[in-house]
Design a protein around this ligand. Structure first.
Ligand code: ADP
Ligand code: MG
Ligand code: MG
Length: 902
C-alpha cells in the first residue's frame, strides 16, 4: 500500500496546475509563476518539482520513486508545446533550473540557466538566433560557469579570473566588447577549469545536465549559508525547496533585449511610483548580482515603449490581484516581454506601515488587514534614533538608502574581520564593492553595510532589509580596495578601523561618528508630533494603525516602571497602568546605609529605628508614582532580591577588616558587617532567601513597605487624586506564605485607610512552578496573579539565567533544541502550560481573578499573542515596548491564525 502511494504520488506540477496558495508544496516562486500563468500573463512555460520531492531526496539521498518518470512526462509535454527538444542540436529547447522555497531566501540557493546547451546545440542556438554566434557562445559559457559552480562546486573565482584575463587581453572592462571568438575561447578555458576540478568533461547530455542541476538545487537547501540564513530568519529547517524548470528566454540577444527587476512601490519608503533597475543586453543574474551598473526602469520607456507600457499594465494588475506591493523579475527578448518571477515584496518597516495605510485608502484592504500586515518588530525598528545632522557633517558620498537606520562604526572590508571586531565589542561597518552570500556572517556581525555597487535589489540591499540592518548600497563615488583594506572617497582615504556613519534612509555616507536623534515615531508617541497635522506619511500611517489596534485589542497594556519619570513616559506611550513597580532600587544609593543598619540590627529596637527611617523615603517614592499614574492601577512588588545584594562583597570586606586590624584601628563595625555577610552568603542566591521568604524572616520589613504604599495612596487621595494601589507578593510557592503576609497587610490597610478610604488589592506573583500548580489554593488568598515569566522560565527549565545564555544556549539554538531563547519568547509548551494551568485553576477558584504578566515576555510579539490566547487581562513591559505590545495585542485579535504572516 505504501509502495502504491509513492508510485501515484504527484511530484511535478505544470505551471497551469498550480496557484499562489500552494507555496508549501510549490515554493513561493513556483506558486506565483503558476498564478501569473493562470492570470494569462506572459510566463515562459515550465513546471515545478515539489518540496515533497526535495524532502524525500534529502531524507534518503536519492530521488523518490516515480519522480524521474514524471519529469520525463512533463518535459515531453513542454517540448511538444514549444515545438523543440531539450538540447536538440539544430534548434534546442533550453531551460533554467531554479530553486524556490516557501519563504524567500534571497541569493541563498541555486539557479542554473541555459541547461541543454552543448558543443552541438550551441551551433543550433546561434542559427536559431539569426546566426548570432556571440549570443550562443555567451550563453554556453554562462552554463558551464553556473553549472560548474553550483552543481560541481568548482570555485567561482576561477571562472571570473578567466573572464578577466580575456577582457584584459582585449583591453576592456566591458563584457559586451567580447566577440564570438573571444567567447568561444572562453568556453574552452571554462571547460578546462571544469575538467581540472571535477576530473570529468563537461557533461554533453542535456538530460544528464537537467538531472544533475535538479539534484544540486535540492542539495542547496542544506548549503551552509542557507542553514545560517534560516536560523537567522527563523525559517524551519525541514521545509525543503521546490525546483522550477522554466523555458529559457533571452535578454542577451542584443540591444532590443534586456532584463530587469521592479517593485510596484518603493520598498524603502512605500511611496507610489515606478521603482526598478534595467539592464539592456543581459541575462537576469547580471542585474541581481549587481555586477554591471543598471539604469532606472523609467529609461525603458525610451528604449522600448511597447514593452514598458505592457510592463506597467502588468504591475498594476499584479498589485490589484495580490492587494500588496509586489516585486518582479522580467526579461525582454527582442521586444517581447516575459515575466520570470513575482512575489509579495519585502519592504522596510516604514514602508510596511505606509503601504498598509495606502492600500486602505485605495480600498484594496480593510484596517484589520492593514493591522495584520505590520508587526511589532517593525514598529520597534521605527523607534530607533536617527542621525542628527548639522553643518559640521557633510556627506562624502551618496548611495541608495537600501535599508533604514543610522549606523556608525569602524570600517572593515571582510566578513571575517567584521566577525572578529564585533566579538571584541566594536561597532563595525562592513564595506564591500558588493556583497555575496559568503558575506552573511559579516553582515550579521556588522552594525551597517556599505557597498559601492548594486541597486535597491542587490544582494546587500535585500539581505540587510530582511535583517533590519542599516544598509547603503551603490555608493559609487567610493573606490573600495579590499586587499589594501581601504577605500578612497572625495580624495580622502579611509582605512580599516576608521569610523564612518551611514544613513540607510537617505543613502548618505559621513566620515566620523555622527550624533543621533530620536525617531519621528517616538516623537509622535511622546505627543510632540501631532499625527493629524503633520505632513509625514509614516506618522500618519502609524497613528491610524495604532488607533485601530487599540480599538481591537482585548489585552490591556501596562508598563514596568520604578520611577515617576518612567511612569510618565510610559503613560505617553499608552500604558494603562503599572504592572510591575520594583522596590529594590529604593534601597540603594544613600539609603544603603539604612539597609545595612536594618540587617545588622541586634535587636528589635535597632531594626525598628532603621525601618522607621526608611518609611518616609519609601512613601515619597510611591506618592510620585501614584501621581503620574493617577486613575490607573499600580502594582507594587514588595522587595524581592536577596538582601546580601545590598551589602559589600565578602572579599572586599575581609580585606578591609584585615588591613584595619593591621593598623590597629577600631574594627568592631566592620567585623560585625563581615560576620553578617558571611552568615548570609548563599550558594544559590536565586533559590535562596528572597521574595516572600525575606518578608517572613525579617520582622517589619514588608509591614513598612505596605504602610508606605497605603499611606502614599491615602495622601494622594486626600489631595483629590485617584490612586489604585495593588500590593504584590513575590516568589510565593504556597498559599500559607501569602496568607501570612496578607493577614499582616490587611491590618495595616484597615488602620491607615480609616482616615480616607482607598481600595487596595493584594495579589501575588506566579513565578515558582509550585505556585502555578497550586494556583487554585493560592487564588483563595489573592485578588490578582501576575506571571513572572522570567523566574518561571528559569525555575521551569532549571536554567540559571545569568549562566546559561553564555554557556550553552548557542549550542541549543544550533541543535534546534529551541528555535529561540525561552527568555526571549515564551516556551508555549512548558512554561506556557504552567501559565495556562494557573490561569484556569485560579479563575475556577476565584471568578474575576485579575491576570497579568510582568516578565520581559510582556513586550515580545509572539508571547503577547500567547497571553491573548490564554485569556490574561493585561501584559506589562518596559516603556519602549508598550507601543509594540499594543500593536501586537490588536494583531492577536485580527490574526486568522495563518502561518504565512512573516
Ligand atoms: P533567485 O531566486 O536568486 O532570484 P532565480 O531563479 O530567480 O534566482 O534566477 C536567477 C536569475 O535568472 C533571475 O534574474 C531570473 O530572472 C533569471 N532567469 C531564471 N530563469 C530564467 C529563464 N527561464 N529565462 C531567462 N532568465 C531566467
Ligand atoms: Mg539564486
Ligand atoms: Mg529571482
Amino acid at each position: 500500500m505504501a509502495a502504491q502511494e509513492t508510485v501515484d504520488h504527484k511530484y511535478v506540477y505544470d505551471f497551469s496546475e498550480g496557484n499562489k496558495d500552494l507555496k508549501d508544496l510549490l515554493g513561493g516562486k513556483g506558486a506565483n509563476l503558476a498564478e501569473m500563468t493562470n492570470l494569462g500573463l506572459p510566463v515562459p512555460p515550465g513546471f515545478t518539482i515539489t518540496t515533497e520531492a526535495c524532502q524525500a531526496y534529502l531524507a534518503t539521498g536519492r530521488e523518490p520513486d516515480g519522480l524521474a518518470g514524471q519529469i520525463e512526462a512533463h518535459l515531453e509535454s513542454l517540448e511538444r508545446a514549444m515545438g523543440k527538444r531539450l538540447g536538440d542540436p539544430r534548434d534546442p529547447l533550453l531551460v533554467s533550473v531554479r530553486s524556490g522555497a516557501k519563504f524567500s531566501m534571497p541569493g541563498m540557493m541555486e539557479t542554473v540557466l541555459n541547461v541543454g546547451l552543448n558543443d552541438q546545440s550551441v551551433v543550433g542556438l546561434s542559427a536559431q538566433a539569426g546566426q548570432n554566434d556571440r549570443f550562443a557562445w555567451d550563453s554556453y559559457r554562462r552554463l558551464i560557469q553556473m553549472f560548474g559552480k553550483t552543481v560541481c562546486e568548482v570555485p567561482g573565482e576561477e571562472f571570473e579570473h578567466a573572464l578577466d584575463e580575456i577582457k584584459n587581453a582585449k583591453g576592456t572592462h566591458n563584457d559586451l566588447d567580447l566577440d564570438a571568438d573571444d567567447l568561444r575561447g572562453l568556453v574552452d578555458a571554462y571547460k578546462k577549469i571544469f575538467l581540472k576540478h571535477t576530473g570529468r568533461e563537461f557533461p554533453q547530455q542535456p538530460r544528464e545536465q537537467l538531472d544533475l542541476a535538479i539534484r544540486a538545487v535540492f542539495e542547496s537547501w542544506n548549503a551552509e549559508r542557507a542553514v545560517l540564513y534560516r536560523r537567522q530568519e527563523r525559517i524551519p529547517a525541514d521545509l525543503g525547496t521546490a525546483v522550477n524548470v522554466v523555458t529559457m528566454v533571452f535578454g542577451n540577444l542584443g540591444p532590443d533585449s534586456g532584463t530587469g527587476v521592479a517593485f510596484t512601490r518603493d520598498p524603502a519608503s512605500g511611496a507610489q511610483g515606478i521603482y526598478g533597475d534595467y539592464l539592456a543586453n543581459a541575462q537576469g543574474e547580471d542585474v541581481v548580482a549587481g555586477i554591471r551598473n543598471t539604469v532606472p526602469l523609467q529609461e525603458l520607456e525610451q528604449l522600448d515603449k511597447a514593452s514598458y507600457d505592457e510592463l506597467l499594465g502588468i504591475m498594476a494588475r499584479l498589485e490589484e490581484h495580490y492587494k500588496d506591493l509586489c516585486d518582479i523579475e522580467f526579461t525582454i527578448e527582442r521586444g517581447k516581454l516575459w515575466m520570470l518571477q513575482t512575489r509579495v515584496g519585502k519592504r522596510t518597516a516604514a514602508a510596511a506601515f505606509v503601504i498598509a495605510g495606502q492600500l486602505v485608502d485605495e480600498g484594496l484592504i480593510d484596517l484589520d488587514e492593514a493591522l495584520h500586515r505590520v508587526n511589532g518588530a517593525q514598529l520597534a525598528q521605527l523607534m530607533f534614533p536617527r542621525f542628527q545632522l548639522d553643518h559640521e557633517f557633510e556627506a562624502v558620498a551618496k548611495g541608495i538608502g537600501a535599508s533604514p537606520g543610522a549606523a556608525s562604526g569602524k570600517v572593515v572590508f571582510t566578513s571575517a574581520r567584521a566577525v572578529e571586531l564585533a566579538a571584541e565589542g566594536e561597532s563595525v561597518i562592513l564595506v564591500r564593492r558588493e556583497t555575496n552570500p559568503d558575506d552573511l556572517n559579516g553582515m550579521i556581525a556588522a552594525k551597517g553595510i556599505l557597498t559601492s555597487r548594486g541597486g535597491k535589489t542587490s544582494h546587500a540591499a535585500v539581505v540587510a532589509r530582511g535583517m533590519g540592518k542599516t544598509c547603503v548600497s551603490g555608493a559609487d563615488e567610493i573606490e573600495v580596495n579590499v586587499p589594501a583594506k581601504r577605500f578612497v572617497v572625495a580624495g580622502q582615504t579611509v582605512n580599516e578601523g576608521d569610523v564612518v556613519s551611514i544613513d540607510g534612509t537617505t543613502g548618505k555616507v559621513y566620515l566620523g561618528e555622527v550624533p543621533v536623534m530620536p525617531s519621528e515615531v517616538v516623537q509622535y508617541f511622546e505627543g510632540s508630533l501631532d499625527a493629524e497635522h503633520v505632513d509625514n506619511a509614516l506618522v500618519r500611517a502609524v497613528h491610524r494603525i495604532m488607533t485601530h489596534a487599540d480599538g481591537r485589542r482585548r489585552l490591556a497594556v501596562r508598563t514596568n516602571a520604578d520611577t515617576g519619570a518612567d511612569a510618565a513616559r510610559a503613560r505617553r506611550f499608552g500604558a494603562e497602568g503599572i504592572g510591575l513597580c520594583r522596590t529594590e532600587h529604593m534601597f540603594l544609593g544613600d539609603r544603603r546605609e539604612l539597609v545595612e543598619r536594618l540587617i545588622l540590627a541586634r535587636d528589635a529596637d535597632g531594626r525598628e529605628a532603621a525601618l522607621e527611617a526608611l518609611l518616609p523615603l519609601q512613601r515619597a517614592d510611591f506618592v510620585e508614582i501614584f501621581r503620574e499614574m493617577d486613575g490607573l492601577p499600580v502594582t507594587v512588588r514588595l522587595i524581592d532580591p536577596p538582601l546580601h545584594e545590598f551589602l559589600p562583597p565578602l572579599e572586599q570586606l575581609a580585606v578591609n577588616v584585615a588591613v584595619a586590624q593591621e593598623r590597629g584601628e577600631d574594627v568592631a563595625k566592620e567585623e560585625a558587617l563581615l560576620a553578617a555577610v558571611r552568615r548570609m552568603h548563599e550558594e544559590n542566591p536565586m533559590l535562596g532567601l528572597r521574595g516572600v521568604r525575606l518578608g517572613l524572616v525579617i520582622p517589619g520589613l514588608f509591614a513598612m513597605q505596605v504602610r508606605a504604599i497605603v499611606e502614599a495612596a491615602v495622601e494622594c487621595a486626600q489631595r483629590g487624586g485617584d490612586p489604585k494601589p495593588e500590593i504584590m507578593v513575590p516568589l510565593v510557592g504556597a498559599v500559607q506564605e501569602l496568607e501570612t503576609v496578607r493577614a499582616e497587610a490587611e491590618k495595616i490597610i484597615e488602620e491607615v485607610t480609616r482616615e480616607k478610604a482607598v481600595e487596595v488589592l493584594i495579589g501575588t506573583m506566579i513565578e515558582v512552578p509550585r505556585a502555578a500548580l497550586t494556583a487554585g489554593q493560592i487564588a483563595e488568598a489573592a485578588e490578582f496573579f501576575s506571571f513572572g515569566t522570567n523566574d518561571l522560565t528559569q525555575m521551569g527549565w532549571g536554567f540559571s539565567r545569568d549562566d546559561v545564555e553564555g554557556a550553552f544556549f548557542w549550542r541549543y539554538l544550533e541543535l534546534g533544541i529551541f528555535g529561540i531563547s525561552p527568555f526571549e519568547s515564551i516556551d508555549r509548551d512548558g512554561v506556557g502550560r504552567l501559565v495556562r494551568i494557573a490561569s484556569e485553576e485560579g479563575r475556577a477558584a476565584r471568578p474575576g481573578l485579575k491576570l497579568g504578566v510582568c516578565g520581559e515576555h510582556g513586550g515580545d510579539p509572539d508571547s503577547v499573542h500567547f497571553f491573548h490566547e490564554v485569556g490574561l487581562d493585561y501584559v506589562s513591559c518596559s516603556p519602549f515596548r508598550v507601543p509594540v505590545a499594543r500593536l501586537e495585542a490588536g494583531r492577536a485579535v485580527v490574526e486568522t491564525g495563518g502561518s504565512d504572516s512573516r
